[in-house]
Design a protein around this ligand. Structure first.
Ligand code: FES
Ligand SMILES: [Fe+2]
Length: 326
């Protein structure tokens, strides 16, 4: 599969002191040198000590056990006590870069710069958040995009307290590496967040992008009022790590206030979701042959799975128009 950037940490959290993360079920150490952020397998090839328990010296990281030093591309540049030429030894290294305040790493060298969030242009304000859930990547991605749980899990918060529903139109479209659902007719929603953050809503879009990016866009008649991107990765089996961007136009300071208001709300919402995702995972049947039911309103689920597998989503060939009550 093609090499792709994956968001792994907030840039401000990565300094000289090594930090351990999990990436595709492998331990990876991140640290910063004058060359920028470095990413290597967090396992010294000598006796497998974690490099994240070592220290940065110059542009290299030193292993805590026998002090071997690994520099650019993970090449061993020092074996303390050894006299003469160094044998060729290296630890696996990853490509690393930073964009919009987030560190991205890749296995291999991707052709394109990382995709960060959906509001690419204009005078914008970005806020970041991190999150993790005991779940799977498709389940977490679907949870963020699924509007039908919000009436229950986020009652009174993203949705009104009364149970009134309105008919909305959903257009599901897709292409190579993405699928989206565009909702129109939703302007009467009554949740606190909606009231705080938006004017008249004309449409909202939920999108999934390869390899694990969930994007939300809220549009008013004046354009996009709020965008969010959640970069998810299955860091370990049963564990999904996420890095979020919330992005909006600055609007002479209003965008800033909105961004900060958004943050605690995001945390409450994520906490509510984390709990139900964990309960559902813990309650999953042991028999892998028992599959979850794909309901008539789970219109993104199969396409999310296809995209994660590197396949073209069905919506790319067969766009759909759905009417439902929200
Ligand atoms: S285990 Fe790393 S130097 Fe020996
Ligand atoms: Fe949710």
């Amino acid at each position: 599969m093609k090499s792709t950037w994956v968001a792994v940490a907030l840039a401000r959290k990565i300094r000289r002191k090594p930090v351990k993360i999990w990436f595709n079920d492998q331990p990876v150490v991140l640290f910063r040198t004058s060359q920028g952020v470095q990413a290597m397998l967090d396992r010294c090839p000598h006796r497998f000590a974690p490099l994240s328990e070592g220290w940065v010296t110059g542009d290299a990281i030193a292993c805590p056990y026998h002090g071997w030093e690994f520099g650019q591309q993970g090449i061993c540049r020092k074996i303390p006590g050894h006299i003469g030429d160094l044998p060729t030894i290296r630890v696996k290294s990853y490509a690393a870069t930073e964009a919009d305040g987030v560190v991205f790493i890749a296995d291999g060298q991707p052709d394109d710069p990382p995709h960060t969030h959906p509001v690419a242009e204009g005078d914008i304000i970005i806020h970041h958040a991190t999150n993790h859930s005991n779940s799977t990547l498709p389940d977490t991605a679907e949870n963020i995009l699924d509007a039908t749980h919000t009436h229950y899990i986020h009652k009174g918060f993203l949705r009104g307290l009364n149970n009134k529903r309105f008919t909305v139109q959903v257009a599901v479209t897709g292409g190579p590496g993405w699928v989206e659902a565009c909702y129109t007719g939703e302007d009467q929603q009554q949740g606190i967040v909606t009231k705080l953050l938006e004017g008249t809503r004309t449409k909202s879009i939920g999108r999934f992008r390869y390899p694990g990016i969930v994007e939300l866009e809220y549009w008013s008649d004046k354009g996009i009022t709020l965008g969010a991107a959640f970069h998810l990765r299955q860091s370990r089996p049963g564990l999904v790590d996420g890095i979020g961007f919330s992005v909006g136009p600055r609007n002479g300071g209003l965008g800033h206030i909105k961004g900060w208001l958004f943050k605690p709300f995001l945390h409450i919402g994520m906490h509510q979701d984390r709990q139900i995702l964990k309960s559902a995972l813990d309650n999953k049947p042991d028999d892998p042959k028992v599959k979850p039911v794909i309901g008539p309103l789970d219109f993104l689920r199969e396409d999310i799975a296809r995209i994660i597998n590197g396949e073209l989503p069905r919506a790319a060939e067969t766009p759909r128009q759905i009417e439902m009550e929200l």
